[in-house]
Design a protein around this ligand. Structure first.
Ligand code: SF4
Ligand code: FES
Length: 247
């Protein structure tokens, strides 16, 4: 395949960015999107120029490091998939593809397609943990947890912290991410004692980081590679309101 790429290039958070056009030639349809960018970078390096900066680590949909907006879609055209799981067979020979970073006030650009997502780490640090002594594995196994509750907690535990939900939201809200983290702990007996305090601390940190408000657009759920449900946002709001009201 031969493709034209319009790639966002930006030296740093305070620099102006712009789209730069690159040719991607002899691309195999079996390559992943990131492997295609590796090939383009090899040509850029051979020409003595600065390669395109982008994030990745596991390249198998687990770590949450990768994250590009491809043709206007966070993580690209595949539902339930991260950027590293998108393959070039999803595109057609001759296509022009735009590639941009995740854009949000709380995600400043570090360089090109790499953004600083440490605001999400600070939300976790504010309350995304269990600080009581929950015992060892035998203690965990001796606490009965209804199957439906365990499944729901594990569904939410799938969140990899990629930030696509923020990038897709017109308000740059982090509600899906924060609610997934609150749900996966708060639904289980070991996380229940701190459920209210956790909700208050994490929601307040989310607001302090400059993320926007949720207006129930559902774009976050549509792009989430782990298909976290927006029902988690409603659960977070209930936890928060009950905790603030002291009930
Ligand atoms: S909720 Fe989904 S889109 Fe948002 S950070 Fe978690 S895995 Fe990524
Ligand atoms: S590189 Fe780890 S999820 Fe894509």
């Amino acid at each position: 395949m031969n493709l034209t790429l319009q790639v966002w290039r930006q030296k740093g958070a305070d620099s102006e960015g712009r789209f730069v056009t690159y040719r991607a030639t002899d691309i195999s349809e079996h390559m992943s999107f990131l492997e295609m960018l590796d090939v383009v970078n090899e040509e850029i390096i051979k020409a003595g120029k600065d390669p395109i900066a982008f994030d990745s680590d596991c390249r198998e949909g687990i770590c949450g490091s990768c994250g590009l907006v491809i043709d206007g879609l966070a993580h690209g055209p595949d539902r339930g998939a991260t950027t590293c799981q998108v393959h070039m067979r999803r595109f057609t020979n001759g296509d022009t593809i735009t590639v941009e970073p995740f854009r949000a006030k709380a995600f400043p650009v570090i360089k090109d397609l790499v953004v600083d997502r440490s605001a999400m780490d600070r939300i976790i640090a504010a309350g995304g943990y269990v600080s009581i002594n929950a015992g060892g594995a035998p203690d965990g196994n001796s606490i009965p947890v209804p199957k439906g509750v365990a499944d729901l907690a594990m569904d939410n535990a799938q969140c990899i912290g990629c930030g696509a939900c923020v990038a897709a939201c017109k308000n740059a809200a982090a509600h899906l991410f924060t609610s997934a983290k609150i749900s996966h702990l708060g639904l289980l007996p070991q996380g229940a004692p701190e459920r209210g305090r956790r909700a208050i601390r994490m929601v307040e940190q989310m607001d302090a980081e400059g993320f926007g408000s949720c207006s129930n657009e559902g774009e976050c759920e549509a792009v989430c590679p782990k298909e976290i449900s927006i029902a988690s946002i409603a659960r977070m709001n209930r936890d928060y309101m009950k905790a603030v009201a002291g009930t």
